[in-house]
Ligand binder design. Structure first.
Ligand code: ATP
Length: 317
């Protein structure tokens, strides 16, 4: 999990990918308020960059897409990560300036806040020259949020528990995606509550979520046509119930030639799996023209998790 050698003098920068859930099975609500999950995460080449520099006081600056929707104070998940790391390492004065360059849609179901927390952990550890092993980093990450460990690990992984227990999964090939970001975000807890409400309304009892074996086999084969029909998200109905217009986005993407489209995680970003890069560019062009999404991007995956980089270099935007 350590990156290329880099002087810590001017600060340290980490680049962190967004995630999609290729499968999201949601089980019953646990006593601790979380739902039991069985999910297949895949990291995509849509990156936030987090820089941490020594400073006289703790500050957070956010730039890029929708920066106004992201808190620029100690409630920012990146600041929470720095404070948690300082507590762990016994650093009395965690005064740092945190700069976040956002490309991951905010409140979009693509774990942007979690990505920033993972990036801040790596960058602050480098700045403070801490030698942390992988287990310690993953424990700190899990304490910050269910999706933070995956942002560190990247690739394709099976997540269980509340999504924080990870096992790497073999995925052959590099798949191309189109991401349609929605005009307004969705609150993750609200989407889970809506799922519980819909289940109660239908008299459905949630059972323990099973492992998506068929999808894992299709991923191992590298056949994008076998993968596409197996994409699944238990939260999709809840996200569509809260934002019915997302149906139009899903329809527009599949009518433009995507192999499949689903709501990403708790939404409202919609993600479309495409046959190859050319197909993704065509789908993105049509989706942009249709005006159903606020912003449209292409990305590929799986890609590695959080990495230290030179500031503002090596980003794929
Ligand atoms: P997930 O998929 O992990 O449930 P998400 O991608 O739907 O999350 P985020 O982009 O992580 O959503 O944002 C959720 C909320 O967290 C935002 O509305 C914002 O107020 C808050 N937040 C705190 N720190 C950050 C950050 N660094 N980046 C984005 N949002 C943040």
């Amino acid at each position: 999990m350590s990156g290329p050698a880099q002087p810590s003098l001017g600060g340290a920068t980490a680049r962190v990918p967004a995630k999609v859930n290729l499968h999201l099975g949601v089980g019953p609500l646990r006593d601790d308020g979380y739902h039991e999950l069985s999910t297949l995460f895949c990291a995509l080449s849509l990156y936030d960059e987090v820089t941490v520099r020594a400073a006289d006081e703790l500050s957070v600056t956010v730039r890029g897409d929708n920066y106004r929707e992201v808190p620029a104070d100690a409630s920012n998940l990146a600041a929470q990560a720095v404070l948690a790391l300082a507590r762990h390492a016994g650093i009395d004065d965690p005064s740092v300036a945190i700069e976040i360059d956002k490309a991951i849609p905010v409140a979009g179901g693509m774990a942007g806040g979690s990505a920033d927390a993972a990036g801040a952990l790596l960058a602050a550890a480098r700045l403070w020259r801490l030698d942390l092993d992988r287990e310690t980093l993953l424990d700190l990450a899990a304490g910050l949020g269910s999706d933070v460990p995956f942002a560190l690990v990247g690739g394709t992984a099976l997540g269980t528990g509340r999504g924080e227990k990870l096992l790497p999964v073999l995925q052959r090939g590099d798949f191309w995606w189109v991401i349609g970001a929605a005009r307004t975000g969705l609150s993750t807890p609200e989407v889970y509550r809506e799922l519980d409400r819909l289940r109660a309304e239908r008299g459905e009892e949630a059972s323990a979520p099973g492992r998506p074996d068929a999808l894992m086999q299709a991923l191992a084969s590298g056949d994008v046509h076998a993968v596409a029909p197996l994409l699944h998200n238990d939260l999709q109905a809840a996200a569509l119930s809260l934002q019915p217009l997302l149906r139009r986005t899903l329809r527009a993407g599949t009518e433009s030639g995507a192999l499949a489209g689903i709501v990403s995680g708790s939404g409202p970003s919609c993600v479309f799996l495409c046959e190859d890069e050319d197909a993704a560019i065509n789908v993105a062009t049509e989706l942009s023209g249709s005006g159903v999404a606020k912003a449209v991007r292409t990305a590929h995956g799986p890609v590695p998790g959080a990495r230290l980089v030179q500031p503002n270099h090596g980003s794929t935007r």
